[in-house]
Design a protein around this ligand. Structure first.
Ligand SMILES: CC(C)(COP(=O)(O)OP(=O)(O)OC[C@H]1O[C@@H](n2cnc3c(N)ncnc32)[C@H](O)[C@@H]1OP(=O)(O)O)[C@@H](O)C(=O)NCCC(=O)NCCS
Length: 146
């Protein structure tokens, strides 16, 4: 059975393994001091929030991170799901779905109006899941590095 819980300081090594694998999935790099700060802010649970999934043996197999922000189209907040990763060996058995549901339930409890996230158009595996649990808005994502 998969369990989902907030990370604690003792989870740093397992979180790091999943976080680094997630960054590698995007063929990207995050400086060590940023990873340190991210984990610290997730532990604070104020601006950034996170959860880890564990399998029946207690092994960490997935992570999800999210945050809320105000919105001009609402007096409430929106919940942005920023990172989602499941260990390749543990995929296809509902962990990704459970992590998204965890964020949805958290958002409902905290008065957010919606949960939203981005994915690359070609990420067919992730989209197979997302098409089952959410609505694709058709928006296209742009950004400017500053
Ligand atoms: C996307 C990701 C988090 C999904 O995790 P997961 O634990 O495998 O997802 P689930 O097992 O909950 O899958 C849910 C649904 O998608 C389907 N699915 C999962 N993998 C699939 C695949 N490779 N092809 C087709 N469908 C798939 C499952 O059948 C399941 O449907 P069901 O619940 O109706 O049977 C995982 O593949 C991952 O970490 N990918 C790399 C990182 C990534 O892309 N992150 C998201 C960035 S936006």
């Amino acid at each position: 059975m998969t369990t989902i819980s907030r990370p604690t300081p003792a989870d740093r090594a397992e979180w790091d393994a999943l976080w680094q694998a997630y960054i590698a999935f995007y063929e990207s790099e995050v400086p060590a001091h940023v990873s340190d700060a991210t984990f610290a802010r997730i532990l604070e649970d104020e601006q950034l929030h996170g959860a880890m999934a564990r399998d029946a043996s207690g092994r960490a197999i997935g992570i999800v991170h999210w945050l809320t922000h105000p919105a001009t189209w609402s007096t409430g907040v929106y919940c942005y799901l920023e990172d989602l990763f499941v260990d390749p060996e543990s995929r296809g058995s509902g962990t990704g779905r459970a992590l998204i549901e965890h964020v949805r339930a958290w958002a409902a409890e905290h008065g957010a109006e919606k949960v939203y996230w981005l994915t690359q158009g070609h990420n067919a595996t992730a989209r197979a899941l997302y098409d089952r649990v959410a609505v694709s808005t058709g928006f296209v994502h742009y950004e400017i590095e500053v």
